[in-house]
Design a protein around this ligand. Sequence first.
Ligand SMILES: [Zn+2]
Length: 285
Amino acid sequence: MTAGEAARPRVPAVTVAVACFALGIIAGAFTDQWNASRAIPVATESPAPSATPVASASPTPAASASPVAGVASAAPDATAAAAVTPPLDLTAHSVDDPGSVWVVVNKVRPLDPQDYAPDDLQAVADVPGGATMRADAAAAMTALHAEAVDAGAGFTITTGYRDHDLQASLYDGYVADRGREAADMFSARPGYSEHQTGLAADIQADGCRLEACFADTAAGRFVAAHAWEHGFIVRYPDDERDVTGYIYEPWHLRFVGVELATWMHRAGETTLERVFGLDPAPDYR
Ligand SMILES: [Zn+2]
């Protein structure tokens, strides 16, 4: 923890800094803001090859085979979302199975089992920093990074997969040092970290590591605009803490597959909770 943080524990900006610092060590927290990122016209600065997302990294089924999204009715803006073309079958993958590319993990939805570990972890190739992720996510991260580098927006990976025991030791250390309430602000409890799925990664660039300033770096702007093309979403958008449980984390990318990421991009949806009609997860129960 930083020395100044104790004096301003409730200030969002400080919370971000705290979360960042903690993540640097723990790598389990999340948070953020999405305004800056969302303000960036996705299409304009896109050197993207085409509107068609990269399909190679996607383990998701063909959109054409999917009927209208039946589950979308649970979402607040189901009408708008349902209008997205192509439609998406939101029941195509489980949101409960920890091995599903669409698994939703948050403060009210722990991994089941809580000591789940992926069986297809692999090193993320050709991306500085070093990390492991599930195979499809790792391949997609390598592709995203290559494109970012070409655009002058390279980044390094701070952390990818973290197992249950590491998360437990880090979280327990924070609780012992600062108390549970404070620890919960910046560190996920073991069994509740998206990093444990092997589908999430924290990235950094330009000296901004696990802080809101990442959104204003070239890399931050690039992933905000293009991560979806490779199947990633910025999992903790700005102003969605009441839904996701975490403040703005422009550096935390979650792989959901190209099909869903593209659909969310087109639908203007930013949280998995709303997409799948799940309960908000502002805090642990
Ligand atoms: Zn993270």
